[in-house]
Design a binder for this molecule. Structure first.
Ligand SMILES: Nc1ncnc2c1ncn2[C@@H]1O[C@H](COP(=O)(O)OP(=O)(O)OP(=O)(O)O)[C@@H](O)[C@H]1O
Ligand SMILES: [Mg+2]
Length: 262
């Protein structure tokens, strides 16, 4: 990763986070380059969601500093989209697909301003981009898990942000939805934007992402996937008893045998 500040979508210095008296992230410093697809990996409870929430300012006890394109986060809120982990969304909330997606455009609105036909158009374009046309009026409680994920992806898209934080965008979706989500992420990247996604499936890290951050309370490694995703780092993150077929396929310190996306 690069140390030229103007090229950094996100820069984190000495981030530590506590919940009550328990430290869940310790002294994490890292730089994320603009225009990359980056995966954050680590075991359950490693602090992946906490890392994202800390940057977004939605966890209480945080020390350290961060900047987005060299600016304080408060100046950059309009430039950031966030798709939360699905457990954190109230799926019973009485709201339909169109309104959830339209909410993505609200960052553009000043006080008392009403949504324009342009915002509505952008919401519809985003719904179409994730293949949900025809579902606009459906309550989110009446969608399948994959359709719910697509709805929140469409909301993030409608935000037209520069940096997209996504917490497990592929959780619980079938391969068709995974492909739709991935093409959407490639499309976002093609526009020069940055995607930072918490990701669980180590088998697809090499195929989908440019860079990876491996954490487990501490930062274990960060950099381009081919140089960082190796047995040593994964064992540090997941422990000695981590014996997935994936890890076995890696050999002592080699990289995953996956082709790059075309
Ligand atoms: N609001 C909270 N209050 C207290 N502890 C919390 C809170 N949220 C998370 N934790 C704890 O902080 C640690 C990190 O949680 P976090 O949700 O960041 O993990 P994660 O890496 O995203 O895990 P997963 O893969 O299961 O989503 C865990 O031990 C978790 O139990
Ligand atoms: Mg999480």
């Amino acid at each position: 990763m690069n140390s030229n500040t103007s090229n950094l979508a996100l820069s984190i210095r000495h981030l530590s986070v506590m919940y009550d008296d328990k430290v869940v992230l310790k002294n994490v410093s890292l730089d994320i380059e603009k225009g990359k697809l980056l995966a954050i990996v680590g075991p359950n409870g490693a602090g992946k969601s906490t890392l994202v929430k800390a940057v977004l300012g939605i966890v209480p006890s945080v020390t350290g500093s961060f900047s987005i394109f060299g600016n304080h986060i408060d100046k950059m809120r309009k430039n950031i989209a966030y798709m939360p982990q699905r457990e954190n969304i109230d799926w019973d909330f009485p709201v339909n697909v169109f309104d959830v997606v339209l909410m993505g455009t609200y960052g553009d609105l000043g006080w008392f301003k009403r949504t324009s036909s342009l915002h509505k158009q952008r919401a519809m374009d985003s719904i179409r981009a994730v293949g949900l046309e025809g579902f606009e009026n459906r309550q989110i409680s009446e969608l399948s898990g994959g359709q719910q994920q697509r709805t929140f992806l469409a909301r993030a898209l409608a935000q037209n942000a520069d940096v997209y934080f996504m917490d497990e965008p592929f959780a619980g979706v079938d391969i068709a939805t995974e492909n739709t989500i991935m093409s959407t992420l490639y499309h976002i990247k093609k526009e020069g934007k940055t995607v930072i996604a918490v990701h669980h499936n180590l088998d697809t890290v090499q195929k989908y992402f440019d860079d990876v951050v491996i954490i487990n309370e501490n930062l274990i490694a960060s950099g381009d996937v081919s140089s960082v995703l190796n047995t040593t780092n994964l064992t540090k993150a997941y422990g000695k008893n981590f014996h997935s077929s994936y890890l076995k396929s890696l050999g002592p310190d080699s990289c995953a045998p996956f082709p790059s996306p075309s």
